[in-house]
Design a protein. Structure first.
Lengths: 531, 340
């Protein structure tokens, strides 16, 4: 067996010994390896039930069984996945909406969350935090498919032994130390490690948790969740030495810079963007009425047609008061076409603000600080509007998503403060990254908005050595792609003086152009007036 | 299905929660004086937020309500006709209702009882979670992930104290006064300012800093899960003591004096930190009074106000996204500047 597969197999055995471990976060593609692994699941666990990320709410909580209800003339409810003890398999668990994910784990259910790990998406934290074990089978080999099956006798014996296994205080303290070193503050995690160690001792027929059990807990629970690497000796010495002067751009921004940005950014900038977006047919508040999801609207009478969804309860409600008049045989409900009610929902697509920030050398440190200030001010506005934000930085050779879409202002601020600067200006690469994010967001039903902050001196093309002309061409090409995708955009010029080139780029992008004037206290009010 | 002993469903005892004093105090204060408003608990995962809320009912004195009444009306005369209330008034535990994420509007507000409508042709109301939570607690875990339309609904009800359902030929109103308790992790999303304001107190929780405390948390949890009955027995005396404290404080609450200095202190503090609106000042004084009652003192002192100020005000400061220090530090700073 490959090490990854062996760890996953061990994780399943531990789950069978102690279902209280609640679940396994399984990374790796769907395929024969995952099937082979799931076939090892112990029969003592409740049967496996698949729950797709987009499964309707009924599949979770149960709902009205339409056929049976109409047949019997009384309400018949189905039992959802959350209604009975089950082992839930969540394929593509990383796509599960966070609000749903938080409800799945715990309360006596065992969850195996399949995380395909192909996209830059992580498991929703509410779910990940509740699954004790982690294994990665992306490196599985053919030998794994014919690996020896689990030792059912040992599992059964382990289950019987589990309650009497003791955990010495020293062992628990060691786990706590390890968790602290790895930066894991979630105490639930420590509890998981403790439980996994005990389950492993039981599986190996030991009455007391020892070193091998702690190692398993470290490998299956704590290690994969490390938030920082244990410091090496050199670093430890460095930590004891007085910290070097913080670079000015990483530290708190001087007030003048902030005031400058504040004076320049017109209030209601976001609201303006939204309006503009709406003029193009989307943007925030793009209200979509339909049958799929969102805030329920009252059902309306109508005819059953493809694409429409019957609101059965509302239909029955409409029919109910008339039953005596219609005088059908007792026990039967008479439903006429005029009773039919269709389901309608109204949803507002969430907006994602993608900041593409120029962190190159030409956007020198002070200008970068101003750009950061501008982003923070827009962030404050987006906080009030409950937008998602993402951060793309481009410098040196390419663009990179430094903060994947989040709703957390705290995280965005932290990432922004720690953004380093220097190097060439691969404007096109930055735009490409932002566009990719925007397209992915749209695929998930969000409305993306790109805010580009740069001085516009593109000098690194998408491919090949630095070349100002080709770099500008590439940037213009991407700008047209963004316009072609009808993505709302905003270009903040952080150059010393407004650049005609950047203004042209903004026009090509269909974006609003906004020059950020130089932060000189005296010049500010005047600059603000020119806007 | 096997019948489990009662202890198998009893929650983790409140007194056995390690540390997290601010959170425990805030919850106890709402038990003393529900008019303080709700409690918002924000912080890291796995810090015992849900555990504390679920443990709360054991500390609350029972309420008197008409038997079987869906909205726990205090007397049979006040019970709505649809509530199914009997004539007798009985004691029942203070309701603590969980509002699950992904719940529907129908479940929250109540809706037409379709089964009765179909089988009997009657228009009857089936009460929802808001009815259940009346005179008790409504708990929302991961409140920052709650869908917006449910939030709107809660905002309205929390403001008016009444749930009105006007649809499907129904016209039903019933009292819905409850203490709203929400918990969440700010890293996963922020809370809308309007909802933030509905919470009387807000507390921040973090994992205990020392290894010893962390080990103790895991050890107690483990002992609880392995032998619930024994663990509950071990802690029942302390929970009993805490409950007696709440009862005493409730009785004393009416007689707690509010000297003019306390009023001045509260106003000065709110002005100094720039807390929006009157609500902050009122909550500050109410919470300080409840704290004085809980500590068995006769009047509010500056010490009470100091203790309670961070919880009562930190979510009411005008939000400054550029202030890294955070609201708690701003309040601490103001306290030092004002009173040394």
């Amino acid at each position: 067996m490959t090490p990854g597969f062996a760890r996953a197999a061990l994780a399943l055995d531990l789950l069978a010994v102690d279902p209280g471990l609640s679940g396994l976060h399984l990374r790796g593609p769907a395929g024969p390896a995952r099937d082979a692994l799931l076939a090892r699941l112990d029969p003592a666990l409740p049967p496996l039930r698949r729950l797709a990320p987009t499964a309707p709410e009924d599949a979770l909580t149960g709902g009205l069984d339409a056929a049976a209800t109409l047949r019997s003339g009384r309400m018949v409810w189905t039992q959802g996945a959350l209604g009975a003890p089950a082992t839930l398999l969540l394929p593509m668990a990383e796509r599960t909406p966070p609000a749903r994910a938080a409800r799945l784990a715990g309360r006596g259910r065992t969850v195996i969350a399949g995380d395909e790990g192909t996209e830059e998406e992580a498991l929703p934290p509410g779910l990940a935090a509740r699954l004790a074990l982690f294994a990665d089978i992306s490196g599985a080999a053919r030998g794994d498919l014919s690996a020896e099956g689990p030792d059912r006798a040992a599992i059964a014996a382990g289950r019987a032994l589990l309650r009497s296994v003791t955990v010495p205080d020293k062992a628990l303290a060691e786990l706590a130390e390890l968790a602290a070193t790895l930066g894991i503050d979630d105490l639930r995690r420590l509890g998981h490690a403790h439980r996994a160690a005990r389950a492993h001792a039981a599986l190996r027929a030991r009455g007391e948790v020892g070193a091998p059990d702690l190692e398993v807990a470290a490998a299956l629970v704590l290690g994969p969740r490390a938030r920082r690497l244990p410091p090496s000796e050199e670093e430890e010495q460095a930590e004891r030495a007085p910290p070097p002067e913080a670079p000015s751009e990483g530290g708190p921004m001087p007030d003048t810079v902030l005031d400058a940005a504040r004076a320049v950014l017109p209030p209601g900038l976001l609201a303006g963007l939204a309006l503009r977006g709406a003029a193009r047919g989307e943007g925030r508040g793009a209200r979509r009425k339909g049958g799929a999801r969102g805030r329920p609207l009252p059902a309306r009478p109508g005819r059953i047609a493809p694409g429409e969804r019957l609101d059965l309860v509302a239909t029955l409600r409409a029919a109910a008061p008339l039953q005596r008049l219609r005088g059908g045989p007792p026990g039967q409900v008479r439903i006429l076409p005029e009773d039919v009610r269709l389901r309608r929902h109204e949803s507002r697509s969430d907006r994602l603000l993608i900041f593409a920030v120029d962190a190159s050398g030409s956007a020198a440190a002070a200008r970068l600080a101003e750009a950061k200030g501008a982003v923070e001010l827009i962030l404050a506005e987006s906080y009030a509007a409950r937008d998602h934000v993402a951060l793309v930085a481009f410098r040196g050779e390419g663009g990179e998503t430094v903060l994947p879409p989040t709703r957390s202002l705290v995280r965005a601020r932290r990432t922004l403060a720690g953004l380093p600067g220097g190097g060439g200006t691969p404007l096109a690469a930055g735009l490409a990254e932002a566009l990719a994010l925007a397209r992915a967001a749209r695929g998930r039903g969000m409305t993306p908005v790109i805010a580009l902050l740069t001085d516009g001196r593109a000098n690194v093309p998408l491919e090949g050595p630095p070349d100002r002309v080709r770099a500008a061409e590439d940037a213009a090409r991407l700008a047209r792609l963004i316009a072609g995708d009808r993505i709302a955009a905003l270009v903040c010029d952080s150059g010393l003086r407004p650049s005609t080139q950047l203004r042209a780029l903004a026009a090509a992008m269909g974006a609003r152009y906004l020059p950020l004037p130089r932060a000189e206290p005296g010049a500010l009010p005047a600059a603000a007036k020119t806007l | 299905m096997t019948v489990q002993p009662v202890s198998a469903t009893r929650p983790f005892p409140f007194s056995a929660i390690v540390g997290q004093e601010e959170m425990k105090r805030a919850l106890l204060l709402t038990a003393v004086d529900p008019s303080i408003g709700g409690v918002l608990v924000f912080g890291d995962r796995g810090t015992g937020k849900s555990t504390a809320v679920r443990a709360l009912p054991a500390l609350l004195p029972p309420i008197e309500a008409a038997e079987g009444c869906a909205v726990s009306s205090p007397t049979a005369a006040e019970a709505p006709a649809w509530s199914g209330a009997g004539r007798r008034v009985v004691k029942k535990p203070t309701p603590v209702v969980d509002l699950p994420l992904g719940t529907t509007e129908d479940r929250v507000t109540g809706a037409l009882d379709v089964e009765r409508a179909l089988t009997k042709g009657e228009t009857a109301f089936r009460p929802g979670l808001l009815a259940q939570a009346n005179r008790g607690y409504l708990y929302i875990d991961e409140v920052n992930l709650l869908e917006d339309h449910i939030v709107d609904l809660l905002l309205d009800v929390a403001q008016s104290g009444e749930n009105a359902v006007e649809r499907d030929g129904l016209s039903v109103r019933h009292p819905a006064r409850f203490v709203l308790v929400g918990s969440g992790n700010p890293e996963e999303g922020e809370l809308r300012p309007q909802l933030l304001d509905r919470f009387g107190l807000s507390v921040e929780v973090a994992s205990p800093p020392t290894i010893e405390e962390r080990v103790e948390v895991v050890r107690r949890r483990d002992a609880f899960e392995r032998d619930r009955a024994a663990f509950l027995r071990k802690w029942s005396a302390r929970d009993g003591k805490a409950r007696a404290g709440v009862m005493r404080a409730r009785a004393a609450l009416g007689g707690i004096g509010t000297p003019d200095e306390a009023l001045r202190d509260g106003a000065a503090l709110c002005l100094h930190v720039g807390a929006d609106g009157l609500r902050g000042e009122l909550t500050l004084l109410r919470a300080a009074r409840a704290l004085a009652a809980l500590e068995g003192e006769a009047r509010i002192t500056r010490a009470h106000i100091r203790t309670i100020a961070p919880s009562a005000l930190r979510h009411r400061l005008r939000r400054d996204p550029l202030d890294e220090a955070g609201s708690t530090a701003r309040i601490e700073r103001a306290l030092t500047e004002l009173w040394g």
